[in-house]
Design a protein around this ligand. Structure first.
Ligand SMILES: CC(C)(COP(=O)(O)OP(=O)(O)OC[C@H]1O[C@@H](n2cnc3c(N)ncnc32)[C@H](O)[C@@H]1OP(=O)(O)O)[C@@H](O)C(=O)NCCC(=O)NCCS
Length: 165
């Protein structure tokens, strides 16, 4: 397998947003919200999930790494490092479904951890959903230790087409 992990370039943004919306359908809070409430403001969950990647790229583009297989972008990982706390966070990670199970996700995480170490971080954080079996196996197998579980809630405030009073 000819896999290369490289730095993110602005030109990669649309591709990694596309990989994101394909990868996260079964494991996305935004998708879950849509399952319960329908689309919001005429936008589906893909629009909202893709915004997270735009936000990661806006905050720390130098912390995004791209997995390229024979010249094709097949995955990515985003990182956010808070130098003051020494804790690095991995907000998003995805690999194209056609090439999963071959160690690309593992390589991306290892690369992100090395990036954190090089930047002086002492700890790394990652989150996964209860419904994400892969994450719950993969992350502990790479050395992450469970520290908390969280419940996400959502409520409707008004119909999207209603204007505020
Ligand atoms: C998570 C993800 C990035 C992993 O990518 P990948 O390239 O397949 O990862 P790897 O091949 O390095 O490892 C995947 C591991 O999960 C295991 N796995 C695959 N399907 C599984 C399942 N249904 N249940 C449990 N483990 C599973 C694989 O066996 C492998 O473990 P191993 O190395 O011990 O054999 C990919 O599955 C993905 O994009 N998922 C959708 C988006 C997502 O969940 N992102 C993370 C959000 S927290």
């Amino acid at each position: 397998m000819s896999l290369r992990i490289r730095e993110f370039a602005t030109d990669d943004l649309e591709t990694i947003k596309e990989i994101t919306v394909q990868a996260f359908e079964p494991v996305s809070i935004d998708r879950n919200i849509e399952n319960s409430f329908g689309t919001i403001k005429g936008r589906d969950w893909r629009f909202r999930k893709a915004r997270h990647i735009e936000e990661d790229a806006r905050r720390q583009p130098e912390g995004i790494f791209i997995a390229e297989w024979e010249g094709t972008v097949v995955g990515y990982i985003t990182t956010l490092l808070d130098a003051d706390t020494g804790v690095g966070l991995i907000p998003n990670l995805a690999v194209d479904a056609t090439v999963r199970g071959q160690g690309i996700g593992r390589r991306l995480i290892a690369h992100a951890l090395e990036h954190f170490r090089r930047q002086g971080a002492t700890h790394a954080r990652i989150e996964t959903l209860d419904q994400n079996e892969v994450g719950q196996n993969l992350y502990p197998s790479m050395g992450f230790q469970e520290v908390a579980r969280q419940i996400h809630y959502c409520m409707k405030l008004r119909d999207s087409e209603e204007t505020p009073d």
